[in-house]
Design a protein around this ligand. Structure first.
Ligand SMILES: Cc1cc2nc3c(=O)[nH]c(=O)nc-3n(C[C@H](O)[C@H](O)[C@H](O)COP(=O)(O)OP(=O)(O)OC[C@H]3O[C@@H](n4cnc5c(N)ncnc54)[C@H](O)[C@@H]3O)c2cc1C
Length: 332
């Protein structure tokens, strides 16, 4: 058990094929800056089979040290054994700051790990800074994207936050950078062997919503499930992912995995095109940090226009085909 808290520890998420997800490099980029300001070490934690081989990839991304955690119960992501393992590692290492991605896995993991660690968790951050007293200032988006709020972890340690993907910038890869790899022996018992992965359904999306630079989303204004045809066509032209409002998902027009918002995915693309979406606060909560928002809506009073960078008042079935044609013309 650590007797003082110092440095930064980052949970590195991996895909089922073992590849490191982009948010790992993003967190290491930010973690490097925080560790340099705090004067501590930047450590990464990587779990599961083959973690030892993957560890070497993390030094060029900025890590000083990589903890490799492998165990029979960590073959696939399951919240209980993963959270217990992360909590044990954090107790041993004693980081001042512990970070994970605000991804589906990261959110599942961090809440449980924070409970084991008896510390707070600031979820879904879009900004992190160390102040002059060495305290982590954690910025979150509140009130459906209208307010940025700053949080600190009162007394408990580590200061634990999840961070939205695509917000932090990875470092330029430095192939010559090396560091120390440490095997960490986790203590898991039969009680931790909870839950079983029965099957795994690959998402049908061609572009991952959480990682997409461009998202084209459709809402109730589409009027019917066939309306997603025109949304998908525009998305294809732009190499974009397809998103949706909850109204469209609840109507059964598209799968839940595409839902953006408070009870769906949180996204931060460079460009978000909202078609036939009114802009309810619960929707804005999931996309309000997009760099550029284009709203297409036939009601000029629709709330989405208040946060849109560009607004087009019109029938999406007239506007979107014109956009598609124009993009195709310019491409050819
Ligand atoms: C606890 C809770 C959680 C929620 N979580 C989410 C969430 O995660 N994500 C989410 O999206 N919502 C969520 N909601 C629901 C949210 O409050 C709204 O009901 C929902 O976002 C509305 O979806 P919409 O904008 O598609 O539909 P509507 O609000 O019905 O808007 C449809 C829009 O389409 C426009 N329109 C109609 N026809 C056309 C056309 N031909 N061309 C152009 N525009 C047209 C209309 O003018 C209107 O503005 C949540 C609600 C609650 C209570």
């Amino acid at each position: 058990m650590a007797d003082e808290y110092k440095g930064i520890l980052i949970y590195i998420e991996r895909r089922r094929d073992g590849a490191i997800t982009p948010v790992g490099a993003e967190l290491l980029g930010k973690g490097r800056e925080l560790a340099d300001k705090l004067g501590g070490e930047l450590a990464a934690a990587i779990f599961g089979p083959g973690a030892g081989d993957a560890a070497a990839e993390l030094f060029p991304m900025g890590a000083d040290k990589v903890y490799v955690v492998d165990h029979d119960m960590l073959k696939e992501f399951r919240p209980r054994p993963y959270a217990k393992a992360l909590a044990q590692l954090a107790q041993e290492v004693g980081p001042a700051v512990l970070l994970a991605g605000a991804t589906t896995q990261g959110r599942d993991l961090a809440g449980a790990a924070a409970t084991y660690l008896k510390t707070g968790l600031t979820a879904d951050c879009v900004g992190l800074e160390i102040d002059d007293a060495g305290v982590l200032k954690q910025t979150r988006v509140s009130c459906g994207g209208r307010v940025m709020s700053e949080w600190v972890t009162a007394e408990a340690r580590p200061q634990f936050a999840t961070v939205r993907p695509k917000i932090m910038k990875p470092l330029e890869r430095d192939a010559g950078r090396t560091g120390e790899t440490v095997a960490f022996n986790v203590n898991l018992t039969a009680d931790d062997d909870v839950g079983e992965v029965v099957s795994f359904l690959e998402a049908t999306e061609t572009v991952n919503l959480g990682e997409a630079d461009i998202i084209v989303s459709g809402g109730r204004g589409l009027g019917n499930p066939e309306g997603f045809g025109v949304i998908k066509e525009l998305a294809e032209c732009l190499g974009a992912a397809v998103g949706a409002s909850r109204a469209a998902v609840d109507a059964g027009w598209i799968e839940y995995a595409s839902q953006v918002g408070q009870t769906g995915r949180t996204v931060s693309p460079k460009l978000y095109i909202a078609c036939g979406i009114s802009g309810a606060v619960q929707h804005l909560a999931g996309m309000g940090t997009a760099d550029v928002i284009i709203a297409i809506n036939k009601d000029e009073e629709a709330p989405i226009f208040k946060i849109a960078t560009y607004g087009i008042v019109g029938d999406l079935y007239e506007v979107v085909p014109v956009l598609i044609e124009e993009i195709k013309n310019r491409r050819s």
